[in-house]
Design a protein around this ligand. Structure first.
Ligand SMILES: NC(=O)c1ccc[n+]([C@@H]2O[C@H](COP(=O)([O-])OP(=O)(O)OC[C@H]3O[C@@H](n4cnc5c(N)ncnc54)[C@H](O)[C@@H]3O)[C@@H](O)[C@H]2O)c1
Length: 329
């Protein structure tokens, strides 16, 4: 299969420009690319302007590519016009399977034949999303799962579906790497990929605790930000536990605490998301926000992600991981 020479790409498309698609647009712009946007919402351009304005100071602090221009984007009312000649497409429409199935088929029909098309889906596999796309288009469809905000969180999980050509998966992994992302390339479809599967386990337990009155929303958040979350930017949960095993490392950890995994405090069935639980969680978040707007919270979040990334990058220089490239971290 013939795929675009990535060095020749100067324009990409974002299909769907909400929280994630808009965040991708801001990131691509910061990398010096031009962005074409297709989004059916009448206020898509206004929302995107606000999102890029909010993101640009953070992106500037992390370093813009030469020629990066926060205004180098256009919103189109016609999908084919938005995709005309682009070198890459990032789809970030709502997480509704039937919508993605139709949309990906439309994108594959309209995009240049050598452009890889990635979906930001949080959990659907490409095999099920590609069912309406003929083989020739399905070969170029991959999942490129980002994290919010995509303009600051480096990780992208890349995986194809049953009909995706392995060359397209490789191309996407290399493309994200080239534009500064930290890429996990998965060789099989796993519901929720890796990071969402882990996040969902935490989220499920958090909802159990709110539902049963065991913890408030604020206590749950503080338990991570002032607890294990402080260790995770440098060492993930596995290496963290390796150290928690003392000189015996992970082996001691598993022998010592493994049996407790079956104890009642891990209840991995999902709680019923009742109206009451929903309202309790929403009220807890409002209380924790203490009058700060979403924009205030986004600014604080972005500043702290940048601070953590810079601090961790400095620590990594002093204590490099053998064999690890600098990469996007
Ligand atoms: N929000 C997150 O934290 C997060 C993280 C990773 C991945 N994702 C995934 O990214 C995707 C987008 O999520 P979001 O949070 O940005 O949602 P969102 O609601 O903020 O944005 C969705 C955008 O898609 C537009 N849209 C509606 N119908 C469309 C269509 N037919 N074609 C194209 N665009 C359409 C909407 O107008 C809106 O601007 C989803 O697949 C979601 O699972 C979200």
């Amino acid at each position: 299969m013939q795929l675009r020479d990535m060095n020749s790409i100067d324009t990409v498309a974002c299909v769907g420009a909400g929280v994630i698609g808009g965040g991708w647009a801001a990131y691509f712009l910061a990398k010096g690319l031009r962005v074409r946007v297709w989004d059916p919402s009448p206020d898509a351009a206004d929302k995107l302007t606000r999102l890029i304005d909010n993101a640009w100071p953070a992106l500037t602090e992390l370093g813009l590519a030469p020629g990066a221009d926060a205004t180098a984007w256009t919103v189109h009312t016609d999908l084919a016009e938005a995709l005309d000649g682009v070198g890459f497409v990032q789809e970030s429409a709502p997480e509704v399977l039937e919508m993605k199935q139709r949309l990906l088929a439309d994108i594959a029909a309209a995009a240049p034949a050598d452009a890889v098309i990635a979906s930001s889906t949080s959990g659907y596999g490409m095999t099920e999303m590609a069912v309406e796309t003929p083989d020739v288009g399905a070969a170029r469809l991959v999942v490129g799962h980002p994290f919010n905000p995509p303009y600051l969180i480096p990780l992208v999980e890349v995986v194809g579906g049953e009909r995706t050509d392995v060359a397209a998966v490789e191309w996407a992994a290399r493309w994200y790497d080239e534009i500064g992302k930290s890429v996990i390339r998965m060789d099989r479809e796993v519901p929720g990929f890796i990071a969402n599967r882990l996040q969902e386990a935490l989220w499920r337990e958090a909802l159990h605790m709110v539902e049963s009155g065991e913890a408030t929303v604020e206590q749950i958040d503080r338990s991570i930000t002032d607890g294990p979350g402080l260790r995770w930017p440098l060492q993930g949960p596995m290496l963290t536990f390796h150290l928690a095993g003392g000189e015996g490392g992970m082996a001691h950890m598993l022998d010592h605490f493994g049996p407790s995994l079956k104890s009642p405090w891990t209840r991995l069935d999902a709680p019923e998301l009742t109206r009451e639980l929903r309202d309790d969680v929403v009220a807890g978040c409002d209380e924790e926000a203490a009058g700060r707007s979403i924009t205030d919270l986004v600014r604080a979040r972005d500043a702290s992600i940048i601070a953590v990334r810079k601090a961790v990058a400095a620590v990594r220089e002093t204590y490099p991981t053998p064999g690890e490239q600098d990469g996007a971290r």
